[in-house]
Design a protein around this ligand. Structure first.
Ligand SMILES: NS(=O)(=O)c1ccc(B(O)O)cc1
Ligand SMILES: [Zn+2]
Length: 255
């Protein structure tokens, strides 16, 4: 594990860029008072409704059967259960850049997003994605260190989806194996971090990162932005949107 010259959780990040998208969990968040009205989040993923893994030209995505409430997130800032639709990752080219949120100006090497939608209020994911309370995205930081015990289940499949628009079966995967030990979190109202950038996301960002190895992260960088038929092969890396100014939004902290 590399010798760290910065606090354990992360390193200095590049200056904030303009635009919309995810917000930095900046300022002195670690010292935010806990909001007593924020209960714990509850994840019910045990029905393992994963379907496939795909390269959508922006990231690698594991999609789930969201025709019922077998895989849901609830509690915390959410008024009702939200159905798991997909999860995907954002990562950098090297080092500790790659996350879409920062904490006190420090970024991580990667960030996992578990995307859920409000099927109680909306008829489809597409409709929910345009509503202010339509989506709940659980963000999990990936820091570098030892191998992650279960991430190989994802990285071993990446060779099958090297090219944009490739997809392969990926059934029975329970994303609970990618959670850190603590579910303490920050939460705020924000947007999708990629187009169409709808302001429709209740962000729930876990405070504790999971640890993955540089070797495991390197396998994500073997993916390509480009399709098999394209002459120029573009490595898939730096597919993260730098954090945006908070613009007065309230970030709340669980205990
Ligand atoms: N990166 S993100 O979680 O904000 C996200 C999730 C879903 C979509 B989408 O379905 O277009 C885009 C961005
Ligand atoms: Zn994302």
């Amino acid at each position: 594990m590399e010798k760290r010259t910065v606090p354990l959780y992360g390193t200095k990040t590049s200056p904030l860029l303009r635009g919309t998208g995810s917000l930095p969990l900046t300022s002195s968040l670690r010292r935010l008072p806990c909001d007593p009205n924020l209960g714990p989040i509850v994840l019910n993923y045990d029905q393992c409704t994963s379907l496939n893994i795909t390269n959508n030209g922006h990231s690698v995505v594991v999609e789930f059967d969201d025709t019922d409430d077998r895989s849901v997130i609830q509690g915390g800032p959410l008024g009702n259960p939200y159905r798991l639709k997909q999860f995907h990752f954002h990562w950098g080219g090297k080092g500790c850049h790659g996350s879409e949120h920062t904490v006190e100006g420090m970024s991580y090497a990667s960030e996992l997003h578990l995307v859920h939608w409000n099927a109680v209020k909306y008829k489809s994911f597409g409709q929910a994605a345009e509503a202010p309370d339509g989506l709940a995205v659980l963000g999990i930081f990936l820091d570098t260190g030892d191998d992650h015990r279960w991430l190989h289940m994802i990285t071993d499949a990446l060779y099958m989806v090297k090219f944009k628009a490739s997809v392969t079966d990926f059934k029975g995967f329970n994303p609970k194996c990618l959670l850190p030990s603590s579910l303490h979190y920050w939460t705020y109202l924000g947007s999708l971090t990629t187009p169409p950038l709808h302001e429709s996301v209740i962000w729930i960002v876990l405070k504790e990162p999971i640890i993955v190895s540089e070797k495991q992260l390197g396998k994500f960088r073997t993916l390509l932005f480009s399709g098999e038929e394209e002459d120029q092969r573009m490595r898939m890396e730096n597919n993260f949107r730098p954090p945006q100014p908070l613009k007065g939004r309230e970030v709340r902290s669980s205990n």
